[in-house]
Design a protein around this ligand. Structure first.
Ligand code: ADP
Ligand code: MG
Length: 659
């Protein structure tokens, strides 16, 4: 019966290692769901059972009388492992059914857990009795000691498992999973038949037969774990397959450990012929022979893994590139973040582009172990970074490689998006310009046709006013008509400014000295300001402020802004103009102490035809905005400035580059 003993020995070792292997894999798994946790405890229970049996076997082989403490230790943990086994089997199947959506929704999670564990609780006095010091320890038939009720419970758990497996078989999405569940169902059904047979045999004292059955039983129990190893790879069962190198590593370590124990045992066998140290050394160096073929296998599989990852990353980039073609940077970023997180099962992904989005200046220091930052750069230029956070555990090597690849390819996608965005923007602007050009032509032709007769009327009136015979009453009225004509021609001017493009085609690069233009405009408007008793101040700077803008356009801009300020300031008020040169922009600020612009209106003042004045055209600031944009400048409006009053308009003009 020596070989039966060795068989038992082998099966118990395998039974300890296989579930233990799964425990290690689950601990390294990056995303543990309830299912994985329950599976972990099931493995723990089995490891305890097999491990303690192995310990007892070792002890009885080694010692004539095994130490009592050791046996008690093994007995307690063996019983504990067995005790929770049925409940865990039921719970695991229940949870998997839940994941598959096969569960009756009427029963709550709590009810289901209670159903699985209530026998454990009800039978617990028996367990306590079994664990008492001085109680019988029967390592060959522990279930007999745990009592017939426990035996019924264990068989029932197998039946429940078999029932669920048959349902999983029916619901399986493909043939491979179907055969996997079918195999599990058969194993559980066999166990449900063999177990009672063994219980009965051992109860009636037919021990030898039971002794034969036990190894068969162990083999059956281990089958599912072996099946799992082959299937985890094949259809990414449990989503563990992704962490292939984890499985390789754990597997390699186990093989190495087994080999070491084999070396020790073999050198004992060889002792009559060879000193143990020599045989040990020989056996330790033997694997070197296999290194070359092993390396080849590993290299091949690693290359395949790498290839798969590259393919996966390429597939990952597909939809992102597709989205980039819509030419919308913001949505592209949101989409890419969500997509990458979903595909690589990451808790959080954020893409930060240089010069965009918050938090770029301070790179977070206290980064946790599961957080990784990938820098996006091209030819040494920093373009942004990709920050990811995994679920709990570390990010696996494959995912890391995929992320590196993505970080390399993302800038191209964003560039594409930006280009398309710019193109769309240009097209939109062109269409807008064409529309405005049409309106403008009409406005220009009307105002031009009105301007000439208006000029003639004005001249005639001015001549008439000079005549001394003109009665005083008539003179006053004529003066009013003249003012109305002035106003009318100012409005026509604005309409003309608005309809006319600031930069005429073929006019080339233009520039002017802003200080001079401000002075000219201020002089023209000084009269209007004095009429309203408004002090116009201009703080001139030393030196030149040459901006890349035509003089006419600068004049349009400044006169409109200044006019608004003069119109807004109260009688006796102030309008201050200041000019500040800078490296890339020089700024003209126009400040008044008028009523200011409400926040709601600030959003609208740039729109053409928006006005709050009874006689306004609403075109002034629209002209300003357009002229500035054409010259690459920007404007800011601040209101109120002080004491809840006043407006400051800051005009930033582009500075001509020095040669
Ligand atoms: P308009 O002067 O013909 O009304 P604008 O485009 O020049 O048209 O100005 C639009 C509106 O912006 C004005 O009606 C006014 O309400 C507001 N606004 C512009 N500048 C000032 C200012 N300096 N102070 C207060 N309100 C202003
Ligand atoms: Mg105006």
């Amino acid at each position: 019966m020596r070989w039966l003993l060795y068989l038992r020995f082998f099966l118990l070792t395998a039974g300890t290692l296989l579930p233990f292997f799964w425990m290690v894999v689950i601990l390294g798994h990056r995303r543990q769901r309830n299912f994985e946790r329950i599976f972990f405890f099931l493995c723990l229970a089995l490891t305890l059972f097999f491990g303690c049996s192995l310990l007892e076997l070792n002890a009885t082989l080694y010692y004539d009388v095994p130490p009592r403490g050791l046996l008690r230790f093994a007995w307690i943990f063996l019983c504990l492992g067995l005790w929770f086994l049925p409940a865990l089997i039921i719970h695991l199947h229940d949870e998997y059914a839940n994941l598959r959506g096969l569960l009756d929704a009427r029963r709550s999670y709590f009810q289901r857990v209670l159903a699985a564990y209530s026998p454990v609780i009800l039978l617990s006095p028996k367990l306590i009795a079994v664990l008492q010091p001085g109680s019988v320890m029967d390592f060959d038939h522990p279930t007999r000691i745990l009592g017939p009720l426990y035996q019924v419970y264990l068989v029932a758990a197998m039946l429940v498992g078999a029932f669920w497996q048959s349902r999983f078989t029916k619901a399986a999405p493909d043939a491979e999973q179907k055969s996997f569940h079918l195999a599990l169902m058969l194993v559980l059904a066999c166990l449900a038949v063999v177990l009672p047979a063994m219980f009965l045999l051992s109860a009636y004292g037919k021990l030898p037969a039971a002794g034969w059955l036990a190894p068969g039983l162990f083999l059956l129990a281990l089958l599912p774990f072996g099946l799992l190893i082959s299937n985890v790879q094949r259809f990414n069962f449990l989503q563990i397959g992704r962490q292939r190198n984890l499985i390789y590593a754990v597997f390699g370590i186990f093989i190495a450990l087994l080999y070491l124990s084999f070396v020790r045992r073999a050198s004992l066998w060889l002792e009559p012929y060879l000193p143990p140290a020599a045989s040990g050394a020989l056996l330790l160096f033997l694997p070197v022979v296999f290194l070359e073929p092993l390396q080849r296998i590993v290299r091949q599989s690693l290359r395949k893994t790498a290839q798969n990852e590259v393919d996966r990353a390429q597939k990952l980039m597909g939809p992102i590139n597709e989205k980039a073609r819509s030419g919308n940077l913001g949505p592209l970023r949101v989409f890419a973040q969500g997509w990458i997180a979903e595909q690589l099962q990451l808790a959080e992904v954020s893409i930060e582009l240089a010069g965009q989005g918050p938090g770029l200046t301070h790179i977070s220091v206290g980064k946790s172990s599961s957080e990784e930052v990938f820098v996006m750069a091209r030819s040494g230029n920093y373009l942004g970074r990709l920050r990811v956070r995994g679920f709990g555990s570390m990010i696996s090597g494959e995912t890391y490689a995929a992320l590196e690849l993505i970080a390399e390819q993302l800038p191209a996608a964003f560039d594409l998006c930006r280009l398309i965005e710019e193109k769309l923007q240009l097209e939109r602007e062109l269409a807008e310009r064409e529309r405005l050009a049409l309106v403008g032509q009409m406005a220009a032709s009307i105002s031009h046709n009105l301007k000439n007769p208006l000029g003639s009327i004005k001249t005639i009136l001015q001549v008439q006013m000079e005549s001394p015979e003109l009665p005083a009453s008539l003179r006053q009225e004529l003066q009013m008509v003249l003012e109305e004509i002035n106003r009318l021609s100012a409005r026509l001017n604005q309409l003309l400014q608005f309809s006319r493009p600031g930069v005429r085609a073929g006019s080339g690069a233009q520039s002017c000295e802003l200080g001079q233009v401000v002075e000219i405009v201020a002089n023209v408007l000084r009269h209007a300001a004095e009429e309203r008793h408004i002090a116009l101040q201009f703080a001139r700077i030393n030196g030149e402020a040459v901006a890349t803008i035509g003089e006419e356009a600068a004049n349009d801009i400044l006169s409109n802004v200044l006019l608004n300020a003069i119109e807004a300031a109260p009688a006796g008020g102030h309008v201050c103009i200041s000019l500040q040169p800078g490296e890339r922009f020089c700024t003209v600020s126009v400040k008044d102490d008028g009523p200011g612009i409400s926040t709601a209106d600030q959003a609208k003042v740039l729109q053409p035809f928006f006005t709050t004045k009874a006689r306004g055209t609403g075109l002034g600031l629209a002209i300003v905005d357009r002229r500035l944009q054409e010259a690459g400048g920007t404007l800011e409006i601040h209101s109120p400035v002080a004491n809840g009053r006043g407006t400051e308009v800051r005009l930033h003009f582009r500075v001509a580059a020095k040669e």
